[in-house]
Ligand binder design. Structure first.
Ligand SMILES: C[S@@+](CC[C@H](N)C(=O)[O-])C[C@H]1O[C@@H](n2cnc3c(N)ncnc32)[C@H](O)[C@@H]1O
Length: 363
């Protein structure tokens, strides 16, 4: 996309990118690094704005700090880390040249109107909104996709998460499939205005077509009846890492294998639920979440995801119940405690999110 946009915007010498639902900033900073490292010459003297928004003020604060831990940078080389970050104890702080184009602001996609010049949220060349809309109801998604389209310049591009790609929702866009993702381009008549072809695709496996294996899991035994083998935690991290890299099929097989040896491990059921959800297997995902909850009633994350999933399916009463369960579980817990296997999310974060989720259900 970028070489073509740079050619297209030669006159205005302006490039505008929006990351909606940016979390702690990894996504906008990755793009800033890409621009700085690979397009510095072409973009010299340009006005490049990367605007990153989120509903979670704590995430925005962390994003502004630009500090990441080893886990967040686990897939990068030492050389890359040293070039882009300053090492500070256990953390890595992003160097200034990669931060100057990125700004963070609070914005609630479900509440605040856009495009909005007042918010500087308009006329973008690229919009990223990845793994955010998947939790919204279909009608809200449809509305948001329309707003995003309005917020793009003609020829601008939209990128969503793997499970959010949807021909029907994006029917007014031109669809371009590339290895690992789908791009949506705003065109007036869905005919490309400029000729453009992708370079030969790197060697990659075809996207996995995963068939749910029959689940032969009986769960009536109490959790205390089984002790986890020592490497089960490593297996869970491996499943998560594979999923992070979009290796859904490998992640699912590994998770299934773990469940075979550890059928009473609530986290494994929870991960299986997330993988199933990413594959669009919502019913199986709900079942896996319920198994995780059955095995560990005080495990807040499956309750939370059950709430998101039920809300997505339009079951508002069920979703409310699930979110209230999360509040109940968290009420007595220390806010600073980091939730296991949740990318640094703390109890306090979840406590902050749940009331907004419940609020959204009142509408
Ligand atoms: C799963 S994270 C995705 C982060 C990032 N885009 C990615 O793919 O790695 C979802 C993000 O969306 C944010 N979010 C959820 N609801 C939102 C809303 N209504 N408006 C803006 N951001 C929202 C959350 O705070 C969270 O940071």
């Amino acid at each position: 996309m970028l070489p073509e946009l740079i050619r297209k915007n030669q006159d205005s010498r302006r490039l505008r990118i929006w990351h909606a639902g940016c979390s702690i900033g990894a996504e906008p900073y990755s793009v800033a690094i890409l621009l700085e490292q690979d397009f510095a010459r072409e973009l010299a003297g340009w006005e490049v704005s990367i605007i990153a928004t989120d509903i979670n003020r704590r995430f925005l604060g962390a994003a502004r700090d630009g500090r990441f831990n080893d886990w967040a940078l686990r897939s990068s080389t030492e050389e890359f880390r040293r070039a882009c970050f300053v090492s500070e104890g256990l953390n890595w702080t992003l160097r200034e040249p990669f931060r100057r184009r990125v700004s963070f602001q609070y914005h609630n996609l479900a509440r605040h109107v856009f495009p909005s010049l007042a918010n500087n949220l308009a006329a973008f060349d690229i919009i990223f909104c990845r793994n955010v809309m998947m939790y919204f109801e279909r009608e809200r998604m449809r509305h948001l996709v329309g707003c995003f389209r309005e917020s793009l310049v003609e020829g601008g591009w939209m990128l969503v998460g793997p499970s959010e790609a949807d021909i029907e929702l994006f029917r007014e866009f031109r669809t371009v499939n590339v290895p690992g993702t789908t791009l949506y381009q705003k065109t007036l008549n869905s005919v490309p205005r400029f000729s453009w072809s992708f370079p030969a695709a790197p060697k990659m496996e075809a996207p996995p077509v995963w068939q749910p294996a029959p689940l032969e899991i009986n769960v009536p035994l109490p959790p205390s009846a089984v002790l986890a083998p020592p490497d089960a935690d490593d297996e869970l991290v491996a499943v998560r890492t594979l999923a992070d890299h979009g290796e859904w099929k490998a992640a699912m097989y590994r998770c299934q294998a773990l469940l075979k040896s550890e059928p009473l491990r609530a986290e494994a059921h929870f991960f299986q639920a997330l993988l199933l959800e990413n594959m669009g297997e919502l019913t199986a995902s709900e079942q896996a979440l319920r198994r995780a909850i059955y095995l560990d009633r005080d495990y807040a994350l499956p309750h939370y995801h059950l709430g998101l999933l039920l809300r997505r399916r339009g079951d508002k009463a069920g979703a409310r119940r699930a979110f209230r369960n999360v509040s109940g579980i968290l009420s007595a817990m220390d806010e600073q405690t980091v939730l296991a296997l949740a990318e640094g999310m703390t109890i306090g974060d979840l406590k902050e999110i749940v009331p907004s989720e419940l609020e959204m259900l009142q509408e």
